[in-house]
Design a protein around this ligand. Sequence first.
Ligand code: GDP
Length: 439
Amino acid sequence: MLDNLGSKFQGIFKKVRGHGKLTEDNIKAALKEVRLSLLEADVNYRVVKDFVNKIKEKAVGENTLSGINPGQQFIKIVNDELTELLGGTNARLTKAHRGPTIIMLAGLQGAGKTTFAAKLAKYLKKNGEKPFLVGADIYRPAAMKQLQVLGDQIGVPVYYEEGSKDAVNICETGVKKARAEEATYIILDTAGRLHIDENLMEELNQIRKKVRPQEILLVVDAMIGQDAVNLASSFNETLNIDGVVLTKLDGDTRGGSALSIKAVVGKPIKFIGVGEKLEDIELFHPERLVSRILGMGDVVSLVEKAQGAIDEDEARLLEEKLRKQEFDLEDFLKQLQNIKKLGPIGNILKMLPGVGDLGDLAPAEKEMKKTEAIIQSMTVEERRKPKIINSSRKKRIARGSATQVHDINKMLKQFEQMKSMMKMFGGGKGMPKMGKGFK
Ligand code: GDP
């Protein structure tokens, strides 16, 4: 689902990530693309407008954190806002303190209500609950039979009344039976109609009053696009629903409704249906969906981790030193230690999108440790002025760090190369932000 939106966003991020500095102009350009992609994905235009404004405010207002590519920071902002838009953390299913939890399903015909009733029952059973199904879809004659067949498949009891036209009574009796069987969850599959009409709402209201469900879930077909949002609003006005189940997200739906429902209706999506089979049900996790849409691997948690490890003042000082070309081995040692704070290097790299199997990273880590040991065996003076390290000093350092003189030579050469590379970036204002870690 939302694959198209995903590839659009990834394209935008690719451009933004490369920037050492985000200016108002390139933020503007990126936001324009974000806006278009969301509209194309069928997200409600008001939702898009609010969303883009929020990002703009944050992206322009925020001081860029040293040590983090501003492009990555932009991704983090989009990530957080998108998660918020989808409802923040995942909304859980209610559970009654005492006695069974009654869940009432509502929705139009064909939305996937009956299928979802069985999916939910199966899901609950797998989680150690004792579900019970009640078929009260009196308008679609096949619906009750369909529920019975599905119930048999998953070994969950089903109650319905053949030929009955009294949905309220079916629900009341069904709840009694379920209580007698000590069910922990009672799922009511109510009637659907082709369109919303007063009779339907009245009937649902009656059921609600009589059986007092702890949770009313509206089942909506995601393929109806923007209408899903209007539909959810109408049902919510009359029934005060607790959440939404969005079905058929496996199809080539643009999925924008998923992004609009919480913002417009104010009720969370609790489950999604991703196929016709009974196991094709997923608890709705905003964070997971967003990381899937953005395809950013765990770049966000990398930024978070880096934010935690970075000391702003120290980073500023370092930048100053780089600019003045005063970066010495002491600073280098600090950098190495900061990278270590982020955890094993393989884990850091794995968090970056596009980085697959890196093979064995142990040699790289060993090198880092060696370099650290070498610098630690130097005097402060040697670290500040590596030029004074003559051959007798080298011998002493090698002894102290359990390395060889040629290791010291290699390390010093690499350091000089790094410094001259920095010189190329360096001086002046155009220098890319280095932050505390190196890139
Ligand atoms: P109801 O009238 O609301 O009870 O709808 P049904 O449960 O009978 O479902 C209508 C059709 O949608 C059936 O053919 C289901 O197999 C199909 N369906 C339900 N949920 C999903 C889903 O998540 N994905 C797909 N692809 N089809 C679904």
